[in-house]
Structure formats: C-alpha cells, structure tokens
Design a protein around this ligand. Sequence first.
Ligand code: CP
Length: 317
Amino acid sequence: MKKFTCVQDIGPLDIALAKAAEVKANPFSDQILGKNKTLLMIFFNSSLRTRLSTHKAALNLGMNVIVLDINQGAWKLETERGVIMDGDKSEHILEAIPVMASYCDIIGVRSFARLEDKAFDYNETILNQFIEYSGKPVFSMEAATRHPLQSFADLITIEEYKKVERPKVVLTWAPHPKALPQAVPNSFAEWMRETDYEFVITHPEGYELSEEFTKGVKIEYDIEAAYKDADFIYAKNWSKFNDPDYGKVVNIDRSWMVDETKMQLTRNAKFMHCLPVRRNMIVSDDVIESKDSIVIPEAANRVVSAQVVIREMLKSL
Ligand code: CP
C-alpha cells in the first residue's frame, strides 16, 4: 500500500476486517517488519487519539517514530506555489516535504480543512503535496475531507458490537459551538456505504454533506424517524458544505443533542463518537456514561486500524 486516504485504498472490507482481527489477536507478531524503519507523523493540527494510537501501532510493529508538530517549533510553512514569500512564512512546503521524507520510510499527515476556501480543502491540497513530493508511502491521519483511520476503527467497532447481521447505523448531526470540518462524517458515510448495513444520515436541513460521500444514502430529516430501531447512533457535528455558507455554523439547535429520550426510540443502540466530544452539547452525560456507550473501545480500535495500514505499507517498502 503506497497511500491510504480513503476507503478504496484499503481494498475489500472483509479482507481488511480479517487483517484487523489478526492484528488485534497478535499485536506484536510483525515486529521484524518495522525493524530499522521510521514512521514520521506530521501534525498541522491538534490530536490526542490519532497521535497516541498511531504511535502505539508503529511501536507494536517494531518501528522508530518521529513526531513533528508543524505549529510548535518548526518553521511556518507556505503551502501555495507562486507566492512571493515576503510574509511570516519562512519555508515552502515543497522543500520541507522532500527534506522530511529523507528522514523516514513512511509518513502520516494530519491536515484539517481550513474552512476558508472549499476548493483548497476539497482538492486535499496539503495531503496531495505529501503524496506527490515525498516519494514515500503516505497515510492520512485526518485530512481536509476524510478521516479514514477513524472510519476503519468505527467499522471494526461496529462489527465487534453488532447483534444482527445487517444493523441500522445512524449518523446524526449534533450541535457544537464552533465550525468543524466535514471530514469525519464524509469518511464515515464513505465507509458505511461500502457495507451492507442499513445506513441513514440525519441532520437539520441545510447541513447536507457533499454528494460525493452521500450518493445513494438515505437522508432522513425527521430525527425521530431516523433514531427508530437504530442499532448504532454515531454522533458528529459538522459545518455547512453547501455554498454560500461553506464552513459556517448556521444552526446550534440544541434539540439535536443525543439524549436518553431519543435513545429510547432505538433498539438499545450503541452510542458512538470519534472523540473529542463536548458533553451536553453533542451528547448528554447520561448517554455517554451509559452501558451502551462504546466510545472508549471505539478509540482503542484506532491502534488496530493504524496498525493494519502501517503494516501494509511496511510490506510494500
Ligand atoms: N478521533 C480523533 O481523531 O481524535 P484526535 O483528534 O484526538 O486525534
């Protein structure tokens, strides 16, 4: 595997899930694969889970790990070609990428949507520069439009907790005070679409995601109808995709918060969220603390999804 940015890069999901089960059962069996190999993790944005789980996955594989937080101690990077660099940015990403690549074997990149320019975000300008100019296998640790390591971990978790062969999985928009990217819901939709689950997205009108990710998916604006008989409730906030309000929050309707009343409509649904989550905005204390909340095993499976991806990349070196 030379890149991992979307569901297509992992191949058939049944095989990917079998690899995940293998990694989970024997996390240290491939240490020789990573010996004397270096993973460079580059963060343009903050992280807790991705940082730790990906690092742990690489250690499980016997790798060395270097972590660079671009905004803490590195030179401020220019990302646009053709710019006269007379401002505060000291280094161009087109030099920085090959230099960073020369110190490692595999690169993980976290670069969120800036929510200022839809074309810049949806062209995955930063991630694609790493793929084009590093000459190394590159995987996304959440980019502007997708978070595939999260979605893979979500899928692993659903498979572990589902009680019926074809569960009803509901992705629900939930309120949040700040504008957030669409990467997690885009990606979750993209991965769920590849399964045979009954998959439904519910959100207030105006929060439609890009059809690139939702084509063929049932969109239910009636939140109660969406929750009815659900087996999994996956909550996430996202800002608007459609113009003219791209990247904006136009509605903080608190009635969309996941709470006990709505969970009562489900078939004892499991509650999922990628975390970090704002309690009593996205989800009530009661729901996230309930026996049906699986946010912690979901986060723990981030090691597994990362380890499967890095292992495939090591095999391709
Ligand atoms: N879910 C997730 O990617 O968490 P972090 O932003 O903390 O890495």
